[in-house]
Design a protein around this ligand. Sequence first.
Ligand SMILES: Cc1ncc(COP(=O)(O)O)c(C=O)c1O
Length: 440
Amino acid sequence: MALDRPTVPNDLSAFWMPFTANRQFKNAPRMFASAKDMHYKTTDGRDVLDGTAGLWCCNAGHCRPRIVEAIQKQAAELDYAPAFQMGHPRAFELASAVRDIAPEGMEHVFFTNSGSESVETALKIALAYHRAKGEGHRTRLVGREKGYHGVNFGGISVGGITNNKRMFPSLPNVTHLPATHLKENFFSRGQPEHGADLADELERQAAIYGGETIAACIVEPVAGSAGVILPPKGYLERIREICDRHGILLIFDEVITGFGRLGAAFAADRFGVIPDLITCAKGLTSGVIPMGAVLASNDIHDAFMHGPEHVIEFFHGYTYSGSPIASAAGLATLEVYKEESLFERARELEGYWEDAVHSLAHHPHVIDVRNLGLIGAIELEPIAGEPTKRAFSAFLDAYEQGILIRTTGDIIAMSPPLIIEKAHIDQLVETLSGVLKRLQ
Ligand SMILES: Cc1ncc(COP(=O)(O)O)c(C=O)c1O
């Protein structure tokens, strides 16, 4: 039975909204009431084209019947099963389905409920792995400037977001590589040419601290949340080589690149660089139900499988790890991706997308345009003394004009559902063109 609730609640004060300018929002709320395929519908009845797949997650589009039905059926059949010392079939089926599309050798899947939890889990696996191999002295972690690895303490420590560093304490023994955002690469189409040598900082840190003290290096193959930062050609390959030389585990944080964003199941496939651990979330269930995962190589998994059989091998897990409903959503999502060849579709559309995004290069205030897969970014010159304001006003205007974009700093990021049609790309870019022309 439908609940009789007002379309817009009268009281907005109780909900302390995440990563939101709460006072601005509550003065002029923007609310979605429903969604279908490529569109949201606002509570005042307007269609908004989804240029961001929600928050980089709804890769299959919205309210896809197969996913909705799978969730409904599972909720009625087995709503919850204890995640510890008990199992249920869907979690095992989903782990196998993820393994089947994972890069070669990534044979094991540990479920979490978000990208942030996947990152914490991967860092803990890395530390525990070395201990299991008798190398407990490897406690150092290497992240990267501007890296975003979620909001928990491990993630903000290896991440390189200045606001986090200002506000919160970090884990000890964490160092950072430089970001790969170089002026000489501005307006590159696809992977930029310059900057593979920035990877050599990892070699330098191995020399400073002793490579044998470093447990893991974590990078986003393509950074999304910090404003779409691409790996220069040869950069990830070089990071892999240095890790191999020093026995350092390489973690790819694929929370946004996983599940087709770059036209392959994982960025590791797209770039031909296979890490030791992959973190993912978002597209795993097309954003419908919170779920994340860590993919681990055989070598890592098998290092834990020793000792008495009744003893828990990895002292870690969440109440909702691999929950029945999330697992059912994940299975249905992977079926949709496969049946509709959505990863291949993203790859096919990439050229059209690239031309469309770069057509905005000559608009006022635009200082860089970059793209890869179905990701595009337009960087704006910040207003002097008021960083983020120019991009935020573009976001507000775009929403009024019927398109959803995302901004981070003064960067506009777009990452549409993989079901996007060329006509939607045209609409997105034409509308954004008008927005950019009006920008102060
Ligand atoms: C690379 C990366 N890692 C981790 C996260 C955190 O994911 P969540 O918000 O699901 O915790 C994000 C979120 O955008 C991300 O882009």
